[in-house]
Ligand binder design. Sequence first.
Ligand code: COA
Length: 383
Amino acid sequence: MTAMTACEYVPGLENVPAAESSISFVDGQQGRLEYRGIPIEELAKKSTFIETAYLLIWGQLPTSEQLTAFKTEIRYHRRIKYRIRDMMKCFPETGHPMDSLQTSAAALGLFYSRRTLNDSQYIFEAVVRLLAKIPTMVAAFSLMRQGNDSIQPNDDLDYATNFLYMLTERVPDPIAARLFDVCLILHAEHTMNASTFSAMVTSSTMTDPYAVIASAVGTLAGPLHGGANEEVIEMLDTIGSVENVPAYVDDCMAKKKRIMGFGHRVYKVKDPRATILQNLAEKLFDQMGHDSRYDIALELEKVVEERLGHKGIYANVDFYSGLVYRKMGIPTDLFTPIFAIARVAGWLAHWREQINENRIFRPTQIYQGAHNQPYIPIQERSS
Ligand code: COA
C-alpha cells in the first residue's frame, strides 16, 4: 500500500473514507439504508434484532440451526457477575445511565479479557457476552438507582421482551415488545459515525472487545451523537400544542436554532428509519392509547418540511423513536443506552472487520505551534 502525501486538513474528516466496509450502505439522496445489502424496510418487517445482529456481525443471514444456537448462547450469557452488580450498586443514583454502561462494559474485560484475537471461539464468546449482558446492565442500573434490586433475566423470554421485563418488572405486551425489537433493528448499524469510528480506532490496537465497546459507548454518550431523541421529547413538551407549532418553527428560524430530530449529515430526504418508526408509533398508539405529543409531532414535521425542505431538512431517526420509547414508559435518560444496546451489533461487526484486515489507526496532524522555544525557569515566568 502506498502512503498518501500529507494533504489538506478536513475538520471532522467529513467525507474522508476511514475504511473499506461491506457492513452497511446509505444513499442519502434516495433515503436508502441497507445492512449487508438487505434494505432496512425488509429487515424491519421480517427479521428480529438477534437475527439482524447475526447478519451484521457474521456477514450473512443465519440458517435456522445457526440462529437457534446463537439465541441459546445469548440466553445463557444474560446474567452478570454479582461483583459487577455490587460495583454498580456503588454508582451514584444521580449518575447518567450511559456513564454506568460505559463503566460496566469496561468492567466485563476484567473477567473475560484474554486478548486472543486469533481464536474464533474467543471472538464468538465475546460477541455473545456483549450482546447478552449489555441489556442486563442497562436494566440493572435503572432499577438500582431507584433503590431496588436488579431482576434476573428470564430464560423463557426473547431478547426484547426480556429487556423490557428486566426494566419495568412486568412482562410487556407482545406488540410493544415486537415494536421495541424493530427499534433495535433500526438502530443497529449506520456506516461510519463517531462511535463506530471510535470502536474501530480502539479495535485497531488489537485490545480486547470490552474496551472497544466501552470506548464506543463513551462516544455515543455525547449530545451531538446519541442524545437527540431525548431533546425531541423536551421540545414537543415545550411546544405544548398543535397551534403553537408554526410560531415555534418561526422562532427557531429567526434565532438560527436547530429543530431537534430534523436534518442529517447524510440524508437529504426523510430518513427511512423515521418513516418506519412513525408507522410503529401509530401502531403503538392504536394499541396503548393516543399521545397528544404525536399530533404536535405531525404538525411540526409538516411545517418544517414546508419551510426547510428546500435545504434537505427532513425528519431523522430521532424524531419518532423518543415517542415510541416514552409510550412504553421508558425514562428519557435511557433512550441513549437503548441506542447503545442496538448499536453493539454494528460496533461488533466493525470490530471483526477491523481486526481481520488490521492496520493501526495513526493519522497525522498539521502542526501549528512554535519551534525551538527557550525553557524559562519557573521564577521567571509570568502569566
Ligand atoms: N433545524 C433547523 N435548521 C437546520 C437543522 C435543524 N435541525 N439542521 C440543519 N439545519 C440548517 C442549518 O442551519 C444550515 O442552514 P444554513 O445553510 O442556512 O446555514 C443547513 O441546514 C445545513 O446545516 P449543517 O450544519 O451544514 O448540517 P449538518 O449536516 O452539519 O448537520 C445535524 C447535521 C444532524 C448535526 C443537524 O441537522 C442537526 O443539528 N440536527 C438536529 C439534531 C438532531 O436531530 N440530531 C440527530 C441526528 S440523527
